[in-house]
Design a protein around this ligand. Structure first.
Ligand SMILES: [Zn+2]
Ligand SMILES: [Zn+2]
Length: 251
């Protein structure tokens, strides 16, 4: 299988010993892993740790502009480092967030230089004490805009909303439909397990939407582990052959 979502120590939340070399060795030694796409956080590339975790740039993208040159230099360096492992099955990607003005936490010219762009919701400026319907509609609006922002994969699509309250099958179907129209893959994420994964798989198969498999590894112990993916596919009453697995286009 291909791991379309993996972090290195470039991301503040990942283990320090998790380097591109680890993935290069994994592809070489583990016959189950065909390739790994390193998708560190846009927010960790573009902001110092304290700013990254403050999420202030989500509601004020001027902060992104202020840090853009600094982040671009870091991304340039990061991509040069990853390029050393390209022949060993390790490819460059990024996992980004969407700011209030619809821009992503990546400087646009870099989009053409990575093989996979994952868009994820990690934080939303929403009062979680609000009425459920309001939270749901705000999340939905954000997610649909993210789907249409030029990303390849919607990362852990229902994680944020599942953390607020249970999510119905109808909502899952609605988002999978949006992904289909936009030509975006839905991610089955092994790091953030959510109760809607089975519904998502079944809807994706029914609508012919590709599924992107990601371990979302943050530690060495998590690398190359597709146990959850395979078990969930089985639990959904599906076989691997029935699922349209997403394969990134290498540039
Ligand atoms: Zn994420
Ligand atoms: Zn991630």
């Amino acid at each position: 299988m291909i791991d379309c979502h993996a972090h290195t120590n470039m991301s503040y939340c990942a283990e320090n010993a998790l380097t591109p070399e680890i993935y290069s060795d994994l592809v070489k030694n583990n016959t189950e892993v065909d390739a790994v796409y390193v998708t560190d956080h846009g927010m960790a590339v573009y902001f110092p740790s304290e700013m990254a975790w403050s999420w202030q740039y989500i509601t004020d993208s001027r902060i992104f502009d202020q840090h853009k040159d600094w982040g671009n230099r870091r991304l340039e360096e990061h991509l040069a480092n990853l390029a050393k492992f390209r022949n060993n099955g390790v490819f460059p990607g990024l996992e980004v967030e969407m700011m209030h003005d619809g821009r992503l936490t990546i400087d646009d010219p870099f989009r053409a230089r990575i093989d996979i762009l994952i868009g994820s919701v990690h934080y939303l400026p929403i009062d979680i004490e609000e009425d459920r319907n309001l939270i749901l509609s705000d999340w939905k609006r954000h997610t649909i805009e993210l789907i249409n922002s030029g990303i390849d994969v919607l990362g852990h699509p229902f994680r944020w909303i599942n953390n607020q309250f249970p999510v119905s099958r109808a909502i899952v179907r609605e988002i999978v439909k949006e992904a289909k129209v936009a030509g975006v893959a839905m991610e089955l994420n092994g790091h953030f397990v959510v109760p809607t994964d089975i519904d998502m798989l079944q809807e994706a198969v029914e609508l012919g939407v590709p599924i992107s498999t990601g371990t979302d590894s943050h530690t060495i112990a998590e690398t190359g582990d597709f146990t959850y993916h395979l078990a969930t596919i089985r639990q959904a009453g599906l076989s691997l052959a029935e699922i349209k697995l997403f394969t990134p286009k290498r540039k």
